[in-house]
Design a protein around this ligand. Structure first.
Ligand code: NAP
Ligand code: ZN
Length: 353
């Protein structure tokens, strides 16, 4: 076992603070990663504050969050073939799965029917809690490690490991591309990656944001159109306009208004996960043969495909790099939608705590 420094939430009510814990000794197939950067995802906030009590078991505390991990390999187990010391690698939202069920065999480990071991707030095969990327190092099986784009800055690529794949996967699944009209609801961490990726895939992209404050940024990131959802006109103008709407918002909203923006056979895909269950009016769905669907991150194979796509298209996240000592302040700002567009923690700052 090796002692590792990090930041943890001691309970759902207390701020994050320095915390020391142990990482396992590397096994034959393990890769030891020196963490350079870790993105702050809104899911980190939901989980440290135990906001998903309606869906999940109680969060596990103390919790070291972080599932947008970018770093460099320092050593590898004796049977590792995919990585070597010095490689730039990433770890996303999960670090293991059963590997044998139908879903794992289809490269959909995030939907493993036995147990997906999430990067934090989860338990590994020995029943021990997992600890995430707000820490100096991590030990992960090589089959759950990703190769980062060589031509892009590592800090700006960290958010691809959750925000990037969470949007790439539904965009691909629902075939966003030339001739398709796609709306991204909410331009935060996930949403801004959705705009960049949908644009690179060749779709016509519209942002539906609370206000027009981010309009210039939206256009710069690749949006063709930008509308405020606070303006009732938006919902009349865009009636039956979209093939695909991806909703990244986790606040309360009137879902039924969004069904009406879909063409016949259009799909509204949920990726934002609100605290409370959502009220759905059946009429808006039935009268347009519309679909309401959901999507969760992406499998390892698709995540690597997304990272390679981002390398080719020079797509990374728009980030604000912070020292780990500012993590609690960053959480407050994310909750106020005051981030352009992802906070990334520079893990070198840990030595000052
Ligand atoms: P974020 O950076 O906070 O972005 C959320 C955006 O939602 C905000 O930037 C804002 O965009 C909009 N928004 C915020 N408050 C709102 C309100 N009261 N009414 C309407 N819109 C509001 O969060 P994120 O990291 O992108 O994560 C978004 C959600 O996705 C979270 O629930 C997270 O847990 C979930 N998530 C899901 C998956 C998955 O696999 N399904 C993966 C990662 C995260 P505008 O200012 O443009 O309106
Ligand atoms: Zn996330």
């Amino acid at each position: 076992m090796s002692k590792t420094k990090g930041y943890a939430a001691p309970t759902s009510k207390a701020p994050l603070a320095p915390y020391s814990f142990e990482r396992r000794d590397p096994r034959d197939h393990d890769v030891v990663i020196d963490i350079k950067y870790c993105g702050i995802c809104h899911s980190d906030i939901h989980q440290t504050r135990n906001e998903w009590g309606d869906y999940l078991e109680e969060s596990i505390f103390p919790m070291v969050p972080g599932h947008e991990i970018a770093g460099v390999v320092t050593s590898v187990g004796s049977k590792v073939t995919k990585y070597k010391p010095g490689d730039k690698v990433g770890v996303g939202c999960f670090v293991d799965s059963c590997r044998t069920c139908t879903e794992c065999k289809r490269d959909l480990e995030q939907y493993c029917s036995v147990h997906t071991t999430f990067t934090y707030n989860s338990r590994d095969n020995d029943g021990k809690p997992t600890y995430g990327g707000y820490s100096e190092s991590v030990v992960v099986d090589e089959n759950y490690v990703l190769r980062m784009p060589d031509n892009l800055p590592l800090d700006a690529c960290a958010p691809l490991l959750c925000a990037g794949i969470t949007l790439y996967s539904p965009l691909k699944h629902w075939q966003a591309g030339p001739g398709k009209k796609v709306a991204i609801v909410g331009m935060g961490g996930l949403g801004h990656m959705g705009v960049k990726l949908a644009h690179a895939l060749g779709a016509e992209v519209t942002v539906l944001s609370q206000s027009l404050k981010k309009k210039d940024d939206g256009k710069r990131l690749g949006a063709d159109h930008f509308y405020a959802t606070s303006d009732p006109e938006t919902f009349t103008k865009l009636k039956r306009y979209f093939d695909l709407i991806i909703n990244t918002v986790s606040a309360e909203m009137d879902w039924n208004e969004y069904f009406n923006l879909l063409k016949v056979d259009g799909s509204l895909v949920v990726v934002g996960i609100p605290e409370k269950k959502i009220p759905i009016g059946a009429m808006g769905l039935a009268t347009g043969r519309r679909s309401l669907a959901g999507s969760s991150i992406g499998g390892i194979k698709e995540t690597q495909e997304m990272l390679d796509f981002c390398g080719r298209h020079k797509i990374a996240s728009d980030i604000e790099v912070i020292p780990i000592q500012k993590v609690n302040e960053a959480y407050e700002r994310v909750q106020k939608s005051d981030v352009r567009y992802r906070f990334v923690i520079d893990m070198a700052s840990l030595k000052n705590s």
